[in-house]
Design a protein around this ligand. Structure first.
Ligand code: HEC
Ligand code: HEC
Length: 182
């Protein structure tokens, strides 16, 4: 191969592989050693992450359901946080779901609770209206969290944007789910 051809071939190789002379990709390089951190090291509240036994379960001194003040939604269609205490309401089990007892639409009005939204009574995967609560929404506290009065461990600079004022206090996920798709 002539020197000229070799130079062209080399240039092409660099262009095609995106390599510059000092970035050599070593094939079969050994993986980086795992960083040895325990669950306790990773927890901001210094509680073992696997049990969360010491994690706060409720708002400090939060009023009972019926006496609390609703909090603004964190962003449009965010799951609202639980404003009341959850004393005696957790854990949710297969046989007992006190949250649903008050928040199912047919019960909510009588107790003055926000009724569950349409999305919780609909099987989104199979696009089917359900008679009752969707299984995917059974475990309320997976998404709705009790609040604790603690100091901010990491500064949060997020500022939400709502397309409509009502969405600060009401959700409509099922109505707008396919927005921009169809
Ligand atoms: C005894 C009835 C009752 C039970 C049980 C109950 N709630 Fe409530 N919940 C209410 C009422 C009433 C409100 C409205 C605020 C108030 O008056 O305290 C409310 C408010 C809420 C809100 C805020 C809704 C919004 O519009 O911002 C969420 C979220 C919520 N509850 C979730 C739960 C979850 C999760 C559970 C189970 C751990 C639960 N609730 C158990 C009655 C209840
Ligand atoms: C998989 C996550 C998830 C689970 C589980 C879940 N929710 Fe929600 N919830 C949401 C989201 C997201 C919204 C807001 C968007 C929407 O669905 O309309 C919401 C909204 C709500 C609202 C506000 C309704 C409104 O009109 O503004 C209530 C009340 C509520 N949920 C209660 C419950 C209760 C009670 C349970 C358990 C029986 C539950 N949710 C389980 C995610 C969840």
């Amino acid at each position: 191969m002539s020197v000229k051809l070799f130079a062209i071939a080399l240039t092409l190789l660099f262009v095609l592989t995106g390599c510059s002379g000092d970035q050599v990709v070593v094939k079969d390089a050994p993986p980086a050693p795992p960083v040895e951190l325990s669950g306790d090291d990773l927890s901001y509240r210094n509680e073992p992450l696997l049990t969360e036994l010491g994690a706060p379960q409720t708002v400090f001194d939060a009023p009972d359901p019926g006496d609390s003040e609703l909090a603004e939604r964190s962003f449009e269609n965010a799951p609202p946080v639980i404003p009341h205490n959850v004393d005696g309401l957790l854990p949710i089990t297969g046989d007992e779901n006190s949250c649903a007892d008050c928040h199912l639409p047919e019960e909510a009005e009588d107790v003055g609770a926000t009724p569950m939204p349409a999305s919780h009574l609909y099987d989104i995967r199979r696009e089917t209206q359900l008679e009752g609560l969707a299984g995917a929404n059974y475990n309320c506290t997976q998404c709705h969290t009790p609040q604790a009065n603690t100091t901010e461990l990491v500064e949060n600079t997020f500022s939400p944007y709502y397309r409509a004022k009502e969405q600060k206090e009401r959700s409509n996920l099922l109505d707008i789910l396919n927005e921009g798709v169809e």
